[in-house]
Design a protein around this ligand. Structure first.
Ligand SMILES: [Zn+2]
Ligand SMILES: [Zn+2]
Length: 109
């Protein structure tokens, strides 16, 4: 597959189609629960987290970029994020655990 030639600069959410900066429509696959960082579809009805906003990037993608957790130039290691990083329910972002980093993968210093 070659990249689409008409990639918009500000793509709408692939699921609920809202524009960047807009809250996902309830029931959107992409929206996260801001209390847990997990898929919003899975959060409990009593959860009172605010609406998640579409940023133009897949949830967690910017954190993967920041942490250097990439499987390829355009392929964030979201799996690693979900299994290794901790969700910060205040900042609404993933944080890297500071002291649990294994050096098995040989992070360059
Ligand atoms: Zn959405
Ligand atoms: Zn929630």
């Amino acid at each position: 597959m070659t990249a689409a030639t008409t990639t918009p600069l500000e793509p709408p959410c692939p699921d609920c189609q809202v524009g960047i900066g807009k809250a996902h429509i309830e029931g959107c696959d992409v929206a996260r629960c801001l209390a847990t960082g997990l898929q919003r579809l899975g959060h409990s009805e009593s959860c009172r987290c605010p609406r998640d906003v579409w940023t133009g990037r897949w949830p967690g993608e910017s954190e993967c970029l920041e942490f250097g957790w990439m499987l390829g130039p355009d392929l964030p290691d979201l799996n690693r994020l979900l299994t290794t990083a901790a969700w910060d329910p205040v900042a609404h972002r993933w944080t890297r655990p500071g002291h649990q980093d294994t050096t098995a993968e040989g992070a360059p210093r």
